[in-house]
Design a protein around this ligand. Structure first.
Ligand SMILES: NC(=O)c1ccc[n+]([C@@H]2O[C@H](COP(=O)([O-])OP(=O)(O)OC[C@H]3O[C@@H](n4cnc5c(N)ncnc54)[C@H](O)[C@@H]3O)[C@@H](O)[C@H]2O)c1
Length: 388
């Protein structure tokens, strides 16, 4: 068995996503399982170099996980030929410049979403990466959630008949930071730092809808800043200049209507932090992060409106659960495995299903969602070609 080492420059690993999901749950988990086995018996061994601004934090992080490679010098990490992949989970506005440097250094690119702050910027990154002949990918983790994999299984099996509509509810209460510490970083609530729930969540809804139901053809969004003042990590009050809730209506190909509420100012009264209900002529399903419940046409009750008596129908109990029928790994890790295999095995020029062109579509939907919200009108979503 031969072992092939892949050096990965990981920028932004002190952050929530970079640390927990990408370093610990993906790259370190891959190392704990002995690397990633390829069909020919070779084992890919990911060798991260932790990059960031704060040497003390990086050193502590590396020591905690038995890693030796860390640096505050991104250029030096990119200049090292042992490093073949650049990964970016920095806060969004910093991504474009760093990715451009990495492309210029000939590295394969894997990045968090949104890939850039504007559609123009996102397309430029995809174009530059193609021109340099490097492979590229964007995180689209929600596709690999157990609940959404089960939902996709129902779609692929023809369960729904003709799909009519999708209703999504995402969100939870994010504390303001005064009497309880906020559980999200303060930049999320400042537009000038790349914050806002439209820019954060619409890229996710774009690929979830396109891959599982149908591509988005138009958007109407109402964005709001429900909590205008918050308190930051240092205990200092600041103005929330970005939207913290977005109420979106998306028209999908085939006339399907998707309506998705995203909010950091809502209290959870559902089974999971995100839930999508899909209604079709032959059945309906509600998918969350892990579970998916369904009700078929034959099992559909016939409720009668009568507020004069207490409800007699246990509606929630009339749904069945989609079985696991297998094991589910962490979604971020699954996608890392796909990308590493793409880097190791696919011929130059082979597109990756979740590449920077796909990432640009997410940025496009966020941009058009914000335009819709600003102008109070429905906006068409033009199809984006590769190389557009
Ligand atoms: N896929 C997902 O579900 C998901 C979820 C949340 C966030 N994200 C994306 O991941 C990226 C990081 O988000 P996060 O929630 O981990 O943020 P975070 O604030 O926890 O981490 C940000 C990282 O960027 C680094 N950084 C570099 N320069 C900085 C600066 N000037 N100010 C602040 N931080 C700086 C920080 O050190 C840290 O490592 C964002 O682009 C975000 O859109 C993706």
């Amino acid at each position: 068995m031969s072992r092939s080492t892949l050096g990965i420059v990981m920028n932004g690993v002190t952050g929530r996503m970079g640390y927990r999901q990408h370093l610990v749950r993906s790259i370190l988990a891959l190392r704990e399982q002995g690397g990633l086995a390829l069909p020919d018996g070779t084992v890919l061994w990911p060798e991260p170099v932790l990059v960031g601004r704060n040497a003390d934090k990086l050193e502590a992080l590396a020591a905690k996980h038995g890693l030796s490679r860390w640096t505050t010098d991104l250029d030096a990490a990119l200049a090292d030929p042992a490093n073949q992949i650049y990964f970016d989970a920095q806060l969004t506005p910093l991504r474009e410049a760093a990715v451009k440097k990495a492309i210029a250094a000939g590295k394969h690119i894997y990045v968090e979403k949104p890939t850039a702050s504007s559609l123009t910027g996102a397309q430029e990154l995809a174009r530059l990466a193609d021109a340099a002949g490097v492979k590229h990918g964007v995180v689209q983790d929600k596709l690999f959630l157990p609940g959404l994999l089960k939902l996709k299984r129902l779609v692929d099996g023809g369960f729904f008949g003709r799909i009519l509509s999708v209703r999504g509810e995402f969100g939870y209460w994010v504390f303001e930071g005064d009497w309880q510490e906020a559980q999200r970083p303060s930049w999320n609530y400042r537009a000038e730092d790349g914050g806002g729930i439209v820019l954060d969540m619409f890229p996710h809804w774009q690929y979830v809808l396109e891959h599982i139901v149908a591509p988005v053809r138009s958007v109407y969004a109402h964005a709001a800043t429900h909590i205008p003042e918050r308190v930051d990590e240092l205990g200092k009050p600041y103005q929330a200049t970005a939207d913290d809730a977005a109420y979106g209506v998306f028209e999908l190909e085939g006339g399907i209507v998707a309506q998705i509420n995203s909010s950091w100012a809502v209290r959870v009264n559902r089974e999971e932090l995100v839930e999508f209900q899909v209604d079709g002529t032959h059945g309906s399903a509600v998918a969350g992060l892990r579970e998916c419940r369904f009700q078929s046409r034959a099992g559909t009750p016939k409720p009668v409106w009568n507020p004069d008596i207490p409800n007699t129908v246990p509606f929630r109990e009339q749904w069945q659960t989609v079985p696991d029928n297998g094991d589910f790994d962490n979604g971020f890790k699954i996608q890392w495995e796909l990308f590493l295999k793409h880097v190791a095995l696919s011929a130059p020029g082979t597109p990756f299903a979740h590449d920077l062109w796909a990432g640009a579509k997410g940025v496009q939907l966020a941009e058009l969602g914000l335009l819709s919200a600003a102008e109070g009108r429905r906006v068409e979503v033009p199809e984006l070609g590769r190389g557009a």
